[in-house]
Structure formats: structure tokens, C-alpha cells
Ligand binder design. Sequence first.
Ligand code: FES
Ligand SMILES: [Fe+2]
Length: 370
Amino acid sequence: MTSTRSSCGTFTLPGEYYTSKDIHERERKRIFGLRWQYAGHVGSLPKPGDYFLAEVNGESLIIVRGQDEKIRAFYNVCRHRGTRLCSEATGAFGKHIVCPYHAWAYDLKGNLAAAPIMSEVEGFDPESYPLHPVSVGFWEGLIFVNLSEQAELFEEAIAPVLGKFSEWNLESLVSVHQTRYEVKANWKLMVQNYSECYHCPSLHPQLNKLTPFRDSINDLEAGAILGGPMKLSSGSQSMTMDGRTCAAPFGHLEGDDLNLVHYYVFFPSMFLSLMPDYVLIHRALPRSPNLTTIICDWFFSPEAIAQPDFDPSSAVDFWDMTNRQDWHICEQSQLGIESRAYQPGPYANLESMLAALDREYLAAMDQVMP
Ligand code: FES
Ligand SMILES: [Fe+2]
């Protein structure tokens, strides 16, 4: 994305922000331990008992639909001796989550329902040992979690985009493809890379043909959700290998939205890209200062998927190619930033979103720019 706003006088972060284990630990506490983060889509949990495991800030969480249809999140940690309760990434529980070790059983609200022979232990009270819950929030069918015990109100966190993308009916969409990438770079480099198209002419000739790098506007320019639309070039319909839509455009889209692609970072870890005919969600999971897992999902409407000739490969191939171009340059950036020769460099005006991200990041870390 680009912007008409000036980035005059702002510089990239010092190298330690990309290399220091101490800063990485601080990010885990101050950012990934406190912010709302995307964990998955409600469509993955159609029936009571359905669950998936989500990894957030190095924690394994069980996201499960209860018998009462409510979706809840728990740490994947038994209250007996701490064992992981569940190791399969997705599946369905019966009425209980049963620990594989000594068979303590929890109902889907997290209450300890059975603990074999623990009644022999004087004073043992099952009510004292529910699963540790995690806060959940829902927006357009996307499930967000927050590890903090004093989580910011989800309604406040999501306020900038309430109602903004209703035409895409995100809740109804289905992921038809997921790719996991291991990138040898700091997570912030991927967030920054997603937030500017200054690099598009040199790095993404194919993408730059479909959306010329200057044809963009940022309509959310401060805070934790940042981004805006880019214009499709004349003759281009979507972000695919041949520039043509690979499904009918979403039913409620009209006017300009048929000629735009929308890109938003949900700081710190989700990128939401809305095309006229499909939606892409990237999720960044930091592993260490110089290693990040990225999970990318391609979502289509059930109507598109039901077509006998449905074929998402042109969209999947396009973003897989673009992702790999991006991850490669992020790895090269990481290597250069690790050099003793690296010094903060000046942002271009087309990188105003990066300056805004740095401000949000440093505020979250409770620091001012050195
Ligand atoms: S560790 Fe789970 S029942 Fe013992
Ligand atoms: Fe890129």
C-alpha cells in the first residue's frame, strides 16, 4: 500500500529490535500476551464438540464449540499434572475433553467433570480445577483470542472495522487452501513488508501489473488496524495468475469495490486481504527474533465452491508466488540488519504505514523512538 502522507524524518528501527532475545521476550509479554489475535474461523467448528488447536504466543489453545453452541478457548493444559490434553490439530470431542494421562475429564465449558479415584484424596474439590480459560471475541466469523487476564474490550479493539467489510460476508466463507511457511526473519519485517508497495515494482512484477504500486489509499492510518485499498488496473479483475477472477465476485459487492483490493494489518499478527472474489488471511507466529511461522488461508464463498468448475488454483498460485517473493526478501533484510554495518534508514513517503506501525509497536512496548 502507499499513501500520500509524508514519512519525513522517520527512520527504521535500530537493529536490536530484530535480533535481541530480550526484546523478543518483551514483545511476548507486552504485545502477544496482551493484544487480541486472530485464531481461526467459526466455519471450522460447525457442530458442538468440534475443536481446533491454535498457537498463540507459544501457547497451545483449544478452541471448542460447546454443547450450548458457544465457542470457548482454554489452555491445552491438564489441571492434574499439566499434560497437554489434546495433540491432534483438529477434531471433535464427545461431551468431554479427556486427558490421555490419568483420564481427568472436562466438560466443554471447562469444568472438571470426572477425576478417577481422586475422591480418595481428602478435601479434593473438582470445582477448584477447571481448565484455564482464555478470552474470545468474534468479528465477522473470525475468532480472536486474548491471553491477558485484563484483556482490552474486544469491541474497542475491533471498532475501526465494525461493519466495514460486511459485503464480503466473511462469516460464511470457507478456507479451501492453507499453506504454512517458515521464514528466517523477524515477524515485524513481514508486517512491514505487507504494509507498503514501494517494493512492488522490483519484487512483484506480476502483482504490480494488476495493482500499480502508486494506486492506493490508506484509510486507517493510526492505531492497531492499518491499511486501505489498492486499485486494480484496467482489464484486471482480481489478484490471480491471469488477472481474472477465479470465482464470481461476492454477491453484495458493487461499484468501486469490484475494482479494488483491500489490505489491512491487524497488529500484531493478522493480515487481511479482500479481493472481489476471495479473501486471504495471513497469520504471523513469532518463534524467535529471527524465525517466524506464517500461516496463510485462502477463503471462498460456499456458492463459488459449489460450482462444478470451481478452481482456486490461480488465486492460490498467485499468492504463493508473491508470498515466497516477500519471505525471501524479508530473510535478506534480516541478514542485512544483523550486520554490524546496519543503521536505521529513512522511510520513503510510500512507507508511511511502516512509520505508523513503528509508533503502535513502540507504544505497545512502552518505549519512545531512541
Ligand atoms: S496429567 Fe492429566 S489426568 Fe493426570
Ligand atoms: Fe510484497
